[in-house]
Design a protein around this ligand. Structure first.
Ligand SMILES: [Zn+2]
Length: 496
């Protein structure tokens, strides 16, 4: 009998959504901004936040269990992880798992890939098993955009993915994973899992969980979870910009010892998704038409979702295809764009000075040419704020040095770092209010909704080139298992 006092639970993880089509490699230095090791640092950073880590802290408190935080590292989504960074990260995480711990909550993304590991999460689990053995209980949390491999499902005792997109339930899902882990440690449950893969690549714009096909799948998953033998049903939309064998939509069903039930549920969900395959297509407009349509709307703000430059998907955040159509705009428009050199220039010339120069388009040609602007520097800021919520409430955000430049009716927020529009702090921190603008350009597919959704009078998805384009036929896939819909005529269901 394991007494409560003897139970200690380790928590560790690596979070990166890898866009294999994005320019450049992701190095260890990219993880230094969020590299947390040990109990004190972990509690200092995450206590009281609505993050996965905050969820684990709260769950441990509620269960009266001692938490043993190891290494947790995260980086903003970006290009392929270098092989050195991958091995260092995995080594650090594996070495940091407390030897006294009775189990582990492993916080991962699910779509992390490095030069040598297409399935980095699977590799990390394999090394943990190598060190701690097959009987060591592991509960893993993943993002809704994970590309789940059979190895992950085989090596973790339970996998719990987010149920929401935009992701606002990380905290709750981490608590759920923690609760299941405690029941495994106490031998109250014996999880078995089944996994189904749809062979479909779905773009993030079609993965909103409050509407359409994803809502139907989530609702069916929640139905299945009302069966007392079903421990968890995870609907995974997949991440189509990470070109790996297992990219795409999949389902993981965990039951208490009932393999046949798990298989039946996983198979049903995959077949349901494949039956709706046409509904995952989205409507888009080219940039110039999108701007005209927005200006013709009686009320604003109209959100121009520039999903092809989705910061949350690994894009460079300096695409100019939409900006180029806004330089002479006659109604108030807002664009947040990364340009380190332009920020430096604004800081040099100072508040009130005239800013004249080219902005954006400096990463590569795919994301557009630099655009000439002329305006006045209105505000300079260090770019640090805490999330207002509901997404990762209390979590830290850092845009780097930031300059607000007003160019007629166009307000430009120039940031040193890639800044994702996941929280209202994105614009409120520089004194701007969404309601004041007719057009707001967001470098995001869907996650912007947590910040601006409540203000949006209309949303237009812009069809522009970029490493997160919603038109998947633009990309040259090399690794994904074929056939894969919509690259090929039909999806290919796999059950495991
Ligand atoms: Zn995600």
């Amino acid at each position: 009998m394991i007494t409560q006092e003897s139970v200690q639970i380790a928590v560790a993880g690596i979070l990166h959504e890898t866009n294999t089509f994005a320019p450049g490699l992701t190095e260890l230095a990219n993880f230094k901004g969020e590299w947390v090791a040990g109990r004190e640092a972990f509690y200092e950073r995450y206590s009281g936040t609505r993050t996965s880590m905050g969820g684990v802290i709260d769950a441990a408190d509620r269960h009266g269990i001692e938490l043993k935080p190891g290494v947790y590292a995260a980086a903003t989504p970006s290009g392929m992880v270098s092989s050195e960074a991958a091995d260092e990260l995995i080594d650090a995480v594996v070495a940091s798992i407390d030897p006294e711990a009775s189990g582990l909550v492993l916080i991962m993304h699910g779509a992390m890939a490095s030069e040598q590991y297409g399935d980095l999460e699977g590799e990390c689990l394999r090394r943990i098993r190598e060190k701690r053995g097959a009987a060591f209980p592991i509960a893993m949390t993943i993002d809704l955009h994970g590309n789940v491999s059979p190895a992950m499902v085989r090596l973790a005792d339970v996998i719990v993915g987010y149920d929401t997109y935009p992701h606002i339930d990380m905290h709750e899902r981490a608590e759920e994973a923690f609760g299941l882990l405690v029941r495994i440690i106490r031998r109250e449950i014996s999880p078995v899992r089944s996994y189904s893969h749809t062979g479909m690549l779905v773009v993030p714009q079609a993965m909103m969980t409050e509407e359409g096909s994803m809502k139907l799948l989530m609702d069916r998953a929640f139905d299945m979870e009302t069966n007392p033998h079903v421990l968890n049903v995870t609907v995974v939309g997949g991440f189509p910009y990470c070109d790996v064998a297992d990219a795409g939509m999949s389902f993981i069903v965990t039951t208490d010892g009932d393999q046949e039930l798990a298989e039946r549920c996983a198979s049903e969900l995959a077949q349901m998704a494949i039956g709706m395959k046409d509904l995952f297509e989205i409507d888009q407009m080219p940039p110039a038409s999108a701007v005209s349509a927005a200006l013709a709307e009686p009320l604003g703000p109209v959100i121009l979702a520039e999903g092809s430059d989705n910061v949350g998907g690994g894009a460079p955040a300096d695409a100019t295809h939409v900006l180029a159509c806004l330089t002479n705009v006659q109604q108030k428009a807002l664009v947040v764009i990364r340009d380190e050199a332009a920020v430096r220039r604004a800081f040099e010339i100072g508040i009130g000075a005239t800013f004249e120069g080219k902005v954006g388009g400096k990463s590569d040609r795919l994301h557009g040419e630099p655009v000439m602007v002329n305006g006045k520097v209105r505000l300079l800021f260090d770019g640090k704020y805490r999330h207002i919520g509901p997404y990762m409430t209390g979590g830290r955000a850092d845009m780097g040095n930031t300059a607000v430049v007003e160019c007629g009716q166009l307000t430009l927020v120039l940031t040193e770092k890639r800044a994702a529009p996941w929280d209202l702090g994105h614009v409120r921190s520089v004194g701007l209010w969404p309601e004041d603008f007719k057009i707001i350009v967001v470098k995001s597919a869907i996650a912007w909704q947590a910040a601006f959704g409540r203000f949006a009078k209309r949303v237009i998805h812009v069809d522009s080139p970029g490493c997160c384009s919603a038109n998947l036929r633009h990309f040259e896939y090399r690794q994904v298992r074929r056939p894969a819909y919509p690259l090929d005529a039909e999806p290919n269901l796999i059950l495991d």
